[in-house]
Design a protein around this ligand. Structure first.
Ligand code: NDP
Length: 286
C-alpha cells in the first residue's frame, strides 16, 4: 500500500483520523434506500458479511430504518455498538448553531443511538457552514460525536472554514470515482490531515461498461466494481458503495485478495474527466 501507514487487509481495517479515532476504510451507503425491509435487510447483510460502517444522512429520510437495521444486526451478530461506525449529516435547511444542535438530536433520536461516530455538514451552503461547524465542535467537545467533518467541500471551502474553526474537520466526503478523481483536493486533504471519503464511488452504476475498467478487471479476474473500490483503498480514500442486494454487498467488499499495480492505478487515474453525477459544490441552489 502506497498512501497509508496501516495495512488495509479486510473490511474491519481502519484508518486513524486526525483526532485518533479509527474509522473503517470500507462502509455501506444507503442513499435513496427507503425505510422498510429492504433497508433493514441490507444493513443486516452488510454487518453479517463483515461491514462495520454505515453512512446515512438526515435528508435520506431513512435514519429510523437505519437504526432498526443496526439494532437487529447487533443482536444477530453479537457485536456491540462500539464495533460499528455510524455516520449521519446535517441537512442544509438546518445549518446554524442552534438549528444544527437540534438537527443532531433529531438524527440521534431517529437512529435510536446515544452517540454518533461521525457527523458531517452535508453541503457548503455559503454564509451558513461556519455557524453549523461551531455546533459540530460543541457536540464533539461534549462527546456526543466521536469525529466531525464536512461533505462536498472544495479546497476554498476548507480554507475558509479552517480560518475560524477551532477544530479541523477530520473528514471530507465528496463525489469521487474514476471520472472525477479529485487529485488536487486529495493532495490538499492529505497535507491538512483531512481524510477523504468517496461518495458515489461506482458513479451510481454508470461505469460498469467502461472499456479500460473492464480490461483492468478482466486482468485481475475481478468485477469493475471491485477494481474501482480497490483503487479507492489503494489511494488511501474511504469508500462507501451502496447496494441493497446481498450478492453485491458481498461482491463489493471482496477486494482484499488482489492488488492493482502502479500501472493499473495510473491508467485509472488518467480516466479523469472532472465529470459529476451529483451537484457541483460551487453551483447548487438547495
Ligand atoms: P454508488 O456509486 O455507490 O452506486 C450505487 C448503485 O450501484 C446502485 O444503483 C446499486 O444498485 C449499484 N451497484 C452497487 N454495487 C454494484 C455491483 N457490484 N454491481 C452492479 N451494480 C452495483 O452510488 P451512491 O450515490 O449510492 O453512493 C454511495 C453512498 O455515498 C450513498 O449511498 C450515500 O451513503 C453516500 N452519498 C453521499 C452524498 C453526499 O452528498 N455526501 C451524495 C451521494 C451519496 P443496487 O442497490 O440495486 O445493487
Amino acid at each position: 500500500m502506497t498512501t497509508t501507514t496501516n495495512p488495509i487487509t479486510n473490511l474491519q481495517s481502519t484508518t486513524t483520523l486526525s483526532n485518533g479515532v479509527r474509522m473503517p476504510w470500507f462502509g455501506l451507503g444507503v442513499f435513496k434506500v427507503e425505510e422498510g425491509a429492504e433497508l433493514i435487510e441490507a444493513i443486516k447483510a452488510a454487518v453479517k458479511h463483515g461491514y462495520r460502517s454505515i453512512d446515512t444522512a438526515a435528508i435520506y429520510e431513512n435514519e429510523s430504518g437505519v437504526g432498526q437495521g443496526i439494532r437487529e444486526a447487533l443482536s444477530e451478530s453479537g457485536l456491540s455498538r462500539d464495533q460499528l461506525f455510524v455516520t449521519s449529516k446535517v441537512w442544509n435547511a438546518d445549518l446554524g448553531y442552534e438549528q444544527t444542535l437540534a438537527a443532531f438530536e433529531t438524527s440521534l433520536t431517529k437512529l435510536g443511538l446515544d452517540y454518533l461516530d461521525l457527523y458531517l455538514i452535508h453541503w457548503p451552503v455559503a454564509g451558513k457552514y461556519k455557524e453549523a461547524w461551531r455546533a459540530l465542535e460543541t457536540l464533539y467537545k461534549q462527546g456526543r460525536v466521536k469525529a466531525i467533518g464536512v461533505s462536498n467541500f472544495q479546497i476554498h471551502h476548507l480554507k475558509d472554514l479552517m480560518e475560524t474553526a477551532e477544530i479541523k474537520p477530520m473528514i471530507n466526503q465528496v463525489e469521487l470515482h474514476p471520472l472525477l478523481t479529485q487529485q488536487e483536493l486529495h493532495s490538499f486533504a492529505k497535507e491538512q490531515s483531512i481524510q477523504l471519503e468517496a461518495w458515489s464511488p461506482l458513479m451510481q452504476g454508470q461505469l460498469f461498461e467502461h472499456p479500460v475498467l473492464q480490461e483492468v478487471a478482466a486482468k485481475h479476474c475481478k468485477s469493475v466494481a471491485q477494481v474501482i473500490l480497490r483503487w479507492d483503498l489503494q489511494r488511501g480514500i474511504i469508500t462507501i458503495p451502496k447496494s441493497t442486494k446481498e450478492q453485491r454487498i458481498i461482491e463489493n467488499a471482496n477486494v482484499f485478495d488482489f492488488e492493482l499495480t502502479s500501472g493499473d492505478m495510473e491508467q485509472i487515474e488518467a480516466l479523469n474527466e472532472n465529470r459529476r453525477v451529483g451537484p457541483d459544490p460551487d453551483n447548487f441552489d438547495f
